[in-house]
Design a protein around this ligand. Structure first.
Ligand code: V47
Length: 418
């Protein structure tokens, strides 16, 4: 068997020539304890692509409902929809509905409560987006559970009303799983292409990467059996790419999957990217490895990944997905401190200010706000020896002064109150 030193030497040569890592090379890197060399290798790729730049954005996440027809074991966010309400709301137009319930906010240390379901009215989502836009946010990221009662018009209205209220705000919304759900609830039933086209005409700009989890049948059956599988996830992203729409891709790691299954997942993303870039031009903008947070889930007996595993996984993602431009550490899941360290392990993006996030919540963090200021994001980046660059969703530079922002190369600008 080749020594670790020899393996690293071979891989370093291959990377210098721009070659892709094989699954075996990925696995031997993951299994090696030499975390520093792994970081150094990942940084060869990252610096070739971006130098010392680290991107962040000024954004708002909105989770419009936690009602969901799925029962994913890794998820602490979903709430079952009360049966009688399914009958009264299914098929009805609830675009101006008042919110039911309140955002889930289990106190740390308390058992998961199943009685705090909520759905936000379109008015409420628009008002949150408007507030963020008026303070200079360039992106709204909207995702939610698979609500059994909201009609497809809720989602198209949501996009068109945000577009009308916030004309230059990029709407990144709906995971592939939600898009499949929309094909099922639309009347007459629409195809993936028709759903995406309708949403795009209503203002949708791009798709986030959620819902991918781990592309493996065993892991799928064990942890998210009721959710559609990888074929449908890729169908949605393929169709989006064919329509010229950029998307992101995630990997939820640190639960029941093995390191080899993680690597297989990343290779599938890389292969898909190759296909998309060859045939459509649009593709994945970034990979977002999501660190599993076990609290309040059916998998709460698992420890979740430690910091070293986080770093190794982020570095491996950079090395394996060499044809996907950006690797994002979503600081809400990796924590700001770990995300900062990862900037020297291949990561070049930190997501953004976020504003509020309801899908996951770490034990010990009792606040309902999960937000960072631009100052804090920039400080994290500078302390890591990197150069912060504010980007929009499509990784174009945002040029900002105290009262307005614009995108490099665009003729318009947006006034805001700092
Ligand atoms: O699809 C659910 C994951 C995802 C847990 O595209 C969990 O830029 C950890 O996709 N522990 C939603 N993860 C979030 C997401 C995302 C976030 C930030 C940026 C982007 C992007 C995408 O969160 C879900 C699921 O994979 N998730 N539960 C959990 N307990």
């Amino acid at each position: 068997m080749a020594s670790t030193v020899q393996t690293f030497r071979d891989i370093r040569e291959k990377l210098a020539e721009g070659g892709p890592l094989s699954p075996d090379e990925g696995l031997s890197l993951y299994e090696s304890c030499d975390l520093h060399t792994l970081g150094e290798l990942a940084n060869i790729v990252r610096e070739r692509l971006h130098g010392r730049i680290v991107y962040y954005n000024s954004n708002l996440h909105v989770n419009y409902t936690n009602y969901c027809v799925l029962r994913c074991k890794f998820c602490s966010f979903y709430r079952p929809f009360p049966k009688e309400q399914t009958q009264t709301t299914a098929g009805s137009d609830r675009t101006d509905s008042t919110p039911r319930g309140k955002p889930a906010a289990n106190e740390p240390g308390t058992p998961t409560r199943r009685d705090d379901g909520y759905e936000l009215s379109v008015d409420e989502v628009v008002s949150r987006a408007k507030e963020a836009y008026s303070r200079g946010a360039t992106e709204v990221h909207v995702v939610g559970g698979l609500h059994p009662g909201l009609p497809f018009s809720y989602y198209t209205d949501l996009c068109s009303r945000i577009r009308d209220a916030c004309p230059h705000m990029h709407i990144k919304a709906f995971t592939a799983i939600e898009i499949i759900h929309f094909t099922r609830i639309s009347r007459p039933r629409l195809s993936i292409k028709e759903v995406l086209t309708n949403l795009r005409e209503s203002g949708l700009g791009s798709l986030p990467g959620g819902g991918a989890e781990i592309f493996d049948d065993r892991v799928h059956d064990e942890t998210f059996k009721t959710k559609v599988g990888e074929a449908e996830w890729f169908d949605v992203h393929r169709t989006a790419h064919e329509l010229g729409m950029y998307t992101n891709a995630t990997m939820l790691y640190g639960h029941v999957e093995t390191p080899a299954e993680r690597i297989k997942h990343l290779i599938k993303l890389r292969d898909h990217q190759e296909e998309s870039l060859r045939s459509s031009g649009a593709g994945f903008n970034c990979v977002v490895p999501l660190s599993f947070i076990p609290e309040h889930t059916e998998l709460s007996h698992l420890p979740g990944p430690g910091g070293l595993d986080d770093l190794k996984t982020l570095a491996l993602t950079r090395l394996i997905c060499h044809n996907i431009p950006h690797i994002k550490a979503f600081w809400v899941m990796q924590t700001p401190k770990l995300a900062q360290v990862s900037l020297n392990w291949g990561v070049d993006d930190l997501d953004g200010t976020v504003g509020q996030y309801d899908i996951t919540r770490r034990e010990g963090d009792g606040s309902t706000q999960q937000a960072l200021t631009v100052d804090r994001l920039e400080r994290l980046i500078v302390e890591a020896g990197c150069t912060p660059v504010e980007r929009d969703t499509l990784y174009r530079r945002v040029i900002r002064d105290e009262t307005s922002w614009r995108i490099e190369g665009e003729p318009w600008s947006v006034a805001y109150k700092a």
